[in-house]
Design a binder for this molecule. Sequence first.
Ligand code: 3HC
Length: 286
Amino acid sequence: MTKIERLGVVGAGLMGSGIAEVSALAGLDVIVVEVTDEAARAGRSRLWKSLNRAVDKGKITEADRDQAQSRLHFTTTVADLDDRQLVIEAIAENAELKTKLFTDLDEIVTDPDAILASNTSSIPIAQLAAATGRPDKVIGIHFFNPVPVLKLVELVPSLLTSEDTVERASAFATEQLGKQTIRATDRSGFVVNALLVPYLLSAIRMYEGGHASAEDIDNGMVLGCAHPMGPLALSDLVGLDTLKAIADSMYDEYAEPLYAAPPLLKRMVEAGLKGKKSGRGFYDYS
Ligand code: 3HC
């Protein structure tokens, strides 16, 4: 099976920069696209920080870091992705923006065998596939935050994705990036978020209802269930705007109250409290 050597990542937020980092460390040439120079600089600085952290933690050598940095290129021009063999979209969880991007990518990426993938956690892959002339080459490749640390990748074929595309995406994730995959059908939330999001929203409802403090809710799950972090700290890590967008998509899909964003989550997002990335969410990170 042909190895992916040239990767494009669209979006240099938490997920996009993580995907670009692990791919560059795996030896791929990576072009990262952002909308503005400022966003590209922010993504690059997040990525450099994470690589330095990996060096400090003894996970990689300084030479690994330097080589990975030399393989990473930042641009604000989507057309620079024309020669890519795989493009992974990791922009905001917004169906309209993603659909438009897939239409553009389909025109830009010249290799007819190139795979167009989305890191979405809740937007139908079929909808993105239908925006292209190559629906058999469109697939969900869903990573978990922090991408350099968490092993899982969910592979999400739509009704139109070919088995060859699934196999190539799987080989990329496992053989090239060293991740482990699970496969899910094209239903909002796939496997992990379908279970995780109702849990996070329940914790927010519990806090909103005054049942316990944020610290006690989180300590309850860390000390009582051996979770690496509590649900409110995890919501802050995921990003409250992202969590709300995922919950909204899942609510659209299933119309189940357990996916409905609690009022407190909506107010926090409206107030610009997006969690760790904005400096404040359920906790203060300033
Ligand atoms: N590169 C490589 N390794 C790194 C690293 C980096 N940049 N940063 C940290 N690590 C390694 C550390 O070396 C350490 O490894 P070790 O256990 O072998 O020593 C391990 O990662 C943990 O790092 P730290 O000790 O620095 O930090 P913590 O122990 O506090 O862990 C955490 C932080 C990894 C965030 C952990 O709390 C955790 O895993 N939390 C749960 C996160 C989670 O559930 N994410 C899923 C979110 S859902 C999602 O992403 C889907 C989306 O659609 C919403």
